[in-house]
Unconditional design. Sequence first.
Length: 220
Amino acid sequence: MLLLTFEGIDGSGKSTQARRLNQHLQAEGHETLLVREPGGTELSERVRSVLLDSSLNVQPFAELLLFSAARAQLVAERIRPALDDGRIVICDRFFDSTTAYQGAGRGVAEPEWLRAFHRRVTDALVPDRTYLVEVDAETARDRRAQTRDEGDRMEAAGPEFYERVIAAYAELAEDEPDRFCRLDGRRSIEALHETVRADVTQLLNERRGTGFSGTGSSNL
């Protein structure tokens, strides 16, 4: 029915918002699927363990390919089937993370190349809405320090890396204003949830009004 993704740098609060939305929709009687990237399938979770292993020297392009392999498996095994069954899929990260982190942060590939690559990886699946939770690098770093959030490989990249990622996310949102909903991550958890919840309600009402029963966009 709908593919909703949450994006933002590590420590932005996006995962909390994804979980809150899933809980709300289930309480409202909707059938949902909540997944994270990388992860969500046996193969993808194994890839995740490799990517989080700070003892491994993973080259930037190899990192991009590993994230994308996990994504391809997740789409084929879980996301597409759920959408075909009429469920609302909530994904904590999707291909925009690769564009921001590996494309801009690591400097691995240009956006144009990545756009075509993502299309192959996801079989042209594009989120119906992407919620970008925006915070500055310092705030996110402080939050990560408090929660001891996993992500050692990215953390080791330093503040300049995160600044590039933040800039890339902002550019993506500016390029696709109809898909992205930008959220001020400095607001309270409840205030952000209310904004997301209202937007999703509007999306669902629009879909009911048009009799839509598709499986996400396909115009990457």
